[in-house]
Ligand binder design. Sequence first.
Ligand SMILES: [Zn+2]
Length: 331
Amino acid sequence: MMDMWFDIIEGSKTLLELDDARIKIIGKNGELSKEFANLGKLPNAEKKAFATKLNSQKAEITTALNNKKILLEDEKLKQDLLDDSIDVTLFSKYKQAGSLHPIMETMDYIIEYFASLNFDVKYGPLAEDDFHNFEALNLSKHHPARDMQDTFYFKDSHLLRTHTSPVQIRTMLKESFPIKMISPGAVFRRDLDLTHTPMFHQVEALVVDKKDVVSFANLKDILTDFLKYTFGDIDVRFRSSFFPFTEPSAEVDISCIFCEAKGCRVCSHTGWLEVLGSGVVDDSVFKAVGYTDCSGYAFGLGVERFAMLLYKIPDLRLMYEGDLRLLRQFR
Ligand SMILES: [Zn+2]
């Protein structure tokens, strides 16, 4: 009997099998435990010797079980270490590199273009006050042009800037002319449809110098160069318009890059795409910042609009959905 039990213990290949063997032999209903039940049937004289024999057998079995357990545990530990080992010579999983968002890419392009023409790049706060965002830009309290810009107001009469023009005001209040600057950044308006989002990006430019040094002709020149450099062989036209902070003002169109000016859905069959607002700085703006005997021009553009044209993205909302399938194309 003992030999058979030792064989079972020795033959156990796993800790689970060994535990089965333990239950089978010395468990509560195990075979050795059953032997103890026979003790009562023996004559008193034989009881002591029988009990001693069973106890020593149980001790031998227990020792064998413990030794085997230590061995199996050791083997298991070795196997676990092997299973968990890392082969450092293997190639790692390919991690895809990120990329700049097409809007940031476009913004960087515009900034670099004008920085190379010695325009200073100026930034200002996103939360503005009424003076810098409206008042100083010839948009007095009840000016009808304020309706053009649905504004996000804070309780304390501060607001989210509706354009980057307040940066021009801040710069002129701090520095004297000549000034040659662009102000890129996010702006906010209460608008949401195919071509408008509540947050979008602008780059606005301002050039101020002594009276009659800077003229509309300079403005026309610099913008025509910029647009032809950016969009290639296109026509540029200046269309008379109105902005409170410039006089005269002009909207700038390029011949449609989608249909080569033949007329399509994107250009509403006009052959022209509006891309910029511009003009000669209104005297009232200079008055608000205390400038005299100077002249200047300003222009501004929507970065999203440029990105849509440059990358031929049909819907503005696609820009903000964060769809990686779209964004990966710009890597
Ligand atoms: Zn067209």
